[in-house]
Ligand binder design. Sequence first.
Ligand SMILES: Nc1ncnc2c1ncn2[C@@H]1O[C@H](COP(=O)(O)OP(=O)(O)O)[C@@H](O)[C@H]1O
Ligand SMILES: [Mg+2]
Length: 233
Amino acid sequence: MSSDQSLRINDLCKSYGGAPVLDRFSLRVAPGEFVALLGPSGAGKTTLLRCVAGLIAPDSGEIMLGRQPMHLLTGAALRRARHDIGFVFQQFNLVRRRTALGNVLTGRLSDVALWRIVLGRFPDADRRAAFSALERVGLLDQAWQRADSLSGGQQQRVAIARALVQRSRLMLADEPVASLDPAAAESVLSLLREVAREHEMSVLCSLHQPALAERYADRICAIAAARGPLTIA
Ligand SMILES: Nc1ncnc2c1ncn2[C@@H]1O[C@H](COP(=O)(O)OP(=O)(O)O)[C@@H](O)[C@H]1O
Ligand SMILES: [Mg+2]
């Protein structure tokens, strides 16, 4: 396993209107590792994840995903780099009117010719990969169901399947279980941990429940607004 594939965040600073949210925040997530970002509301968890995704620019510091400097990329280069990243958010981020299968296939979009997307024709290999990912997350029977007819936990599983067909190296999950009942929350976190190991995927997952972080994460990074990280075990 090459350490070069890690996510490395060094001395990241971000403030809003002079109020610092991240102050020289550093963190490393190795391939296959599940790191929980644990902190109360307002601690800067979403801000950090948005910086890593290249959705907002940090004031200073660097974010390396493998060899790619996420903090420096823009335009097409940033879009390409983002293709290595899977996303699971608290508010379910699927296309509501599409089927579970259709949502998983969007993980292949940037690899597929535009005319195929317009006609809804994905190559057979992509369909096989999508079915296989749905099977992995336990949703093969729901492949043809519309995303908005699925439960919250099932929708998060579809988002995980989408990252699998995308062959993401990094999964960013922003409070992915905040809207789920306890049983669904546990099953989504346990699935995230399993796929991290199976696919050597780095997972950075924000949570505000210490008990869940302790049970599922390989490592916990506690975050408090404008203070440095405190790494526990
Ligand atoms: N776009 C923004 N403009 C101004 N302040 C913001 C913005 N986004 C977040 N903040 C502030 O930054 C702090 C951290 O927010 P956030 O990253 O959302 O924390 P968390 O996800 O841990 O709840 C909060 O005080 C929040 O009000
Ligand atoms: Mg947040």
